[in-house]
Design a protein around this ligand. Structure first.
Ligand code: FDA
Ligand code: PGT
Length: 452
């Protein structure tokens, strides 16, 4: 078999892999990125395509332009199950043509020296003496099998986790996904019969009846085009997501013209805290493969870009030190936790609470403002659930009808704070990982018991 050597081998060219390549490009390393798909389909995965502008600003990523940008977003309207309460959360964002934007980022990386092979699949990792040393690739353009050796392999394979899942199961980075920690999501892109009202606002419909453990969304891609779909919690024995889609489409998207369907498809969305460690000897995981999705709204493109930024920074440091061991790459965990992972852990707790609420509770809670828009926004942006003293008193009066809901919310806020604290005390080296993981697992099972 042909053998090649690179400094960095990135498997997967979605948002996570492309951002890693973008931040590594032009920094003097020999980088190869491969993706199974042909060039014109890279980035084409089932998605709602909504990303907050804040992510682009914070990471210095170029804004989508021209055809890459389908619609500018001014905020989100959140509907209660009975549709009687609508919360408006303002904030700028983009409805992307995700493949076009994704491919542009790859082209920019390529123009600065990153080599990119499309139609090339990583078949298995090369694992020797406890280190990931590269991967065996199959290139369908040249019909060749190639062994590529790397100092650092980046698993950016999305929810398939198709590299790290083939490593020995006892390695911490091979950590699996509990079905209940994922949503099964499905979406279609359709044209509408009439102009969409307030087409610069995303709509989110919270409803346990029509999307248990998830929500329905209606994301305008322009005046007459919409991305509509839903997520339901995995591992619960619910009927298939398609059953819910067919049954409730008319309720949440009554204006779509079903004969003008442009795209359809579904996929899994991890809704948990990030991997306990995103690195091991010679390997870093990023994006969905590392469970970097926001547990409450299921958005993962922004955080995939964050993980790519942290991976590139870590890799450049590792090359300076000449250390590609788990210890040498450990900064990845610290960087990602500081930027987004601690918030994810806190929202993992919030998600568990939300998924157990009845539609009745949600109607009541949203209507009586037991929780308010600002609280939700703060929780979503920072992972903190703060209820100020005066407000709390007001809401206790308002919420007297459901004291148990308020009590639970207090418990939720407490656990959110505690888990975040635990994440900020992430071990400084791999030797501390097992004890820390036990503490996190204990806190989560204690919380599960507390709210059941
Ligand atoms: P992604 O899956 O994009 O990329 C992985 C790449 O790896 C693919 O191109 C694949 O071909 C390649 N690959 C896999 N195995 C390989 C192998 N062995 N060899 C070579 N290549 C391989 N997020 C958001 O921010 N806003 C939103 O509105 C939504 N909405 C939404 C709706 C639905 C229905 C779903 C399922 C998900 C969302 N998300 C979302 C989540 C979002 O889509 C997701 O978090 C990111 O696209 C993840 O990007 P990655 O780069 O990690 O994986
Ligand atoms: C409840 C479990 C849900 C699981 C979810 C599964 C669904 C899968 C489907 C995936 C669709 C993806 C949709 C992506 C939407 C993007 C939303 C978005 O951009 O949110 C912005 C930005 O957040 P960020 O973390 O990316 O960036 C933060 C910062 O800007 C960067 O620096 C923020 O907007 C919001 O958070 C809106 C909140 C949405 C909440 C959704 C449902 C919650 C239900 C709440 C009910 C409350 C009832 C309480 C009663 C007591």
């Amino acid at each position: 078999m042909k053998e090649l050597k690179y400094d960095v081998l990135i498997i997967g060219g979605g948002f996570a892999g492309a951002s890693t390549a973008f931040h590594l490009a032009g920094k003097g390393l020999k980088v190869l990125l491969v993706d199974s798909k042909p060039w014109n389909r890279i980035g084409d995965k089932p998605c709602g395509d909504a990303v907050s502008k804040a992510h682009f600003d914070r990471l210095g990523m170029p804004y989508p332009k021209g055809e890459e940008l389908e619609n500018k977003i001014s905020g989100i309207k959140l509907y209660s199950p009975d549709m009687k309460t609508v919360w408006t959360v303002n904030g700028e964002g983009f409805e992307l043509n995700a493949p076009l934007y994704n491919q542009r980022i790859l082209r920019e990386a390529e123009s600065k020296g990153v080599e990119i092979w499309d139609q090339t699949t990583a078949m298995k990792p090369l694992f020797e003496n406890g280190f990931v040393k590269g991967a065996v690739l199959y290139n369908r353009r040249s019909n060749e099998e190639v062994a590529v050796y790397s100092k650092v392999l980046v698993d950016a394979t999305g929810y398939s986790r198709s590299v790290r899942s083939k490593l020995p199961q006892e390695l911490p980075i091979a950590e699996d996904l509990d079905e209940k920690d994922a949503d099964i999501a499905y979406r279609e892109v359709l044209l509408t019969r009439d102009d969409i009202e307030d087409h610069d606002y995303l709509r989110i419909f919270v409803t346990q009846k029509a999307s248990p453990g998830g929500y329905w969304w209606y994301f305008p891609k322009g005046k007459n085009k919409v991305n509509v779909g839903l997520g339901i919690q995995g591992g619960m024995g619910y009927p298939s997501v398609h059953v819910f889609y067919q049954k409730y489409l008319d309720s949440y998207a009554p204006d779509v013209d079903k004969s003008r369907l442009l795209v359809k498809g579904g996929a899994l969305v991890p809704t948990r805290r990030p991997l306990y460690t995103m690195v091991w000897n010679g390997i870093i995981a990023v994006g969905d493969s590392a469970y970097t999705v926001n547990p409450v709204h299921g958005g993962g493109k922004g955080s995939a870009m964050i993980s790519g930024y942290c991976a590139a920074k870590t890799i450049l440091n590792a090359f300076e030190k000449g250390d590609f061991s788990a210890q040498g790459l450990w900064d990845m965990n610290i960087c990602y936790i500081n930027e987004y992972g601690a918030k994810q852990a806190s929202l993992d707790i919030f998600r568990r609470f939300l998924q157990k609420l009845s539609d009745d509770d949600i109607n009541y809670g949203m209507n009586k403002k037991v929780l308010k828009e600002e609280d939700l926004l703060e929780a979503s942006e920072k992972g903190d659930l703060h209820l100020s003293v005066a407000e709390k008193a007001m809401r206790i009066i308002a919420g007297l009808g459901r004291p148990s809901l308020l009590m639970k919310l207090k418990t939720v806020a407490e656990y959110m704070k505690n888990i975040k604290q635990l994440y900020y005390n992430y071990p400084r080296s791999p030797s501390g990982l097992q004890i820390w993981k036990t503490q996190v697992d204990r806190l989560i099972s204690e919380f599960n018991m507390n709210i059941s």
